[in-house]
Design a protein around this ligand. Structure first.
Ligand code: MEV
Length: 425
């Protein structure tokens, strides 16, 4: 941005995307190539993108790859994954291949309930207030269900009422949880509407003052689970198994390692969440909060040896995803990805995502305890480096192969090798 340029642009939100790009070009001092790049059409039409967020100037393309070899609850499924990270898709394909003959992934869900929180502060008698609110369960149910009759017709709606007393530094807060089955919607809008609707009643019944009214991303009534068995012959023997179990124990015991271990899980989870137009941040927040539910951050997965010696992995994490509403419904690529998956319920989608998270974790741990992460990663990363230095078409593969062979996947080496390739013709 030019030194004296201002970020205060009046009426920016009212401009068309073309006008916004012109304005950004002027204010940020962009060259024609950069502004041309922003204006390129992708597979999300400008008029759709312009209605999805404010101040839209461009769309951002991320590769979508297909994870093959996935068998989930006895059904073979192709899983679309949107990710910028090399080797994420390949790792799932490899991991799933190694447990395919043993049956693939078995999954389950705990239910489809979201939680909305209504926070009440300045309550003189929090214990009694809690009981007074609980007494109103039938009214709460009726008020919540009246917010979304369509949801009720689809079999969803209010399920339960909880009132917690949260000891905060400022004193006791009375926190009401509205527990709502949101069926095939992620449900954020639904439960937020209910929380706002209920707020004045909670205030009246509890005394005190309502402050926040918002869902909790710790969706622990909407857990997705998956497990799978990897026979010893498929994974390279008992030594690999034991090293993988030891790697898991490291994550289970040490939050520094658990953060990386779970990041690997989320490489898979978030890629499917994004490909299906769901809210990656909601799922990530839920996963990490769940990983710390006992007061210490730990692994989202577990790994053990079965009686026959096989390696058994399992995962359990909140999975607030939907098939209707939000970007899922209006992003045409998300719709196409859902068609590839062939799931017809949010729970079905959640199950597949859990399976992918487990497969991803298997792949990362196996690489880490055997060849190391860089070997597989660098092969794919070499393509990115080749593209970054200007390789095009067949040059990309040729240059990447040279970098891998030299074990020097670096931009300076790539630039020099590309020159050499071109000189040799
Ligand atoms: C990289 O994106 C993910 C890993 O670091 C996960 C792990 O260490 O388990 C490889």
């Amino acid at each position: 941005m030019a030194q004296d340029a201002s970020s205060r642009i009046s009426g920016f939100h009212k401009m068309s995307p073309d006008e916004r790009r012109d304005t950004v070009q002027r204010v940020a001092g962009l060259d024609a190539a950069a502004v041309g790049q922003l204006g390129k059409p992708g597979n999300l039409e400008g008029h759709v993108a312009d209605h999805m967020i404010e101040n839209m100037v461009a769309t951002f393309a991320i590769p979508v790859g297909i994870a093959t070899n996935m068998r989930v609850d006895g059904r073979d499924v192709l899983v679309p994954m949107a990710t910028e990270e090399s080797s994420v898709v390949a790792a799932v394909c490899n991991s799933a291949r190694q447990c395919y003959e043993a049956g693939g992934f078995t999954t389950s869900v705990s239910g489809g309930e979201m939680i909305a929180q209504v926070q009440l502060v300045d309550v003189s008698d929090p214990q009694a207030a809690r009981i007074r609110i609980l007494e109103r369960k039938a009214e709460v149910a009726a008020l919540c269900d009246a917010c979304d009759p369509m949801l009720v017709r689809l079999g969803g709606g209010f399920r339960d009422l909880e009132v917690r007393i949260v000891a905060a530094e400022s004193g006791a807060m009375v926190v009401t949880h509205l527990i709502v089955d949101t069926r095939d919607a992620m449900g954020a809008n639904t439960v937020n509407t209910m929380a706002e609707r209920l707020a004045p009643f909670i205030e009246e019944w509890g005394g005190g003052k309502v402050s926040l009214r918002i869902l909790s991303n710790l969706a622990d009534r909407r857990l997705a689970r998956a497990r799978a068995t990897w026979p010893l012959a498929a994974i390279g023997g008992a030594g690999v198994r034991d090293s993988m179990i030891a790697a898991y124990r490291f994550a289970a015991a040490d939050p520094y390692r658990a953060a990386t271990h779970n990041k690997g899980v989320m490489n898979g989870v978030s890629a499917v969440v994004l490909a299906t137009g769901n809210d990656t941040r909601a799922v990530e927040a839920g996963a990490h909060a769940y990983a710390a539910r006992d007061g210490r951050y730990t692994s989202l997965t577990t790994w053990e040896a079965a009686a026959d010696g096989s390696l058994v992995g399992a995962i359990e994490l909140p999975m607030a995803v939907g098939l209707v509403g939000g970007a899922t419904k209006i992003h045409p690529t998300a719709q196409a990805c859902l068609a590839i998956l062939g799931v017809d319920t949010a729970a079905g989608l959640a199950r597949v995502i859990a399976a992918v998270g487990l497969a991803q974790n298997f792949g990362a741990m196996k690489a880490l305890v055997t060849v190391g992460i860089q070997q597989g990663h660098m092969g794919l990363h070499a393509n990115n480096v080749a593209i970054a230095v200007g390789a095009v078409g067949d040059e990309v593969g040729a240059l990447a192969a040279i970098l891998v062979e030299r074990r020097q996947v670096r931009q300076d080496v790539a630039a020099a090798e590309l020159d050499r390739l071109r000189t040799r013709g």
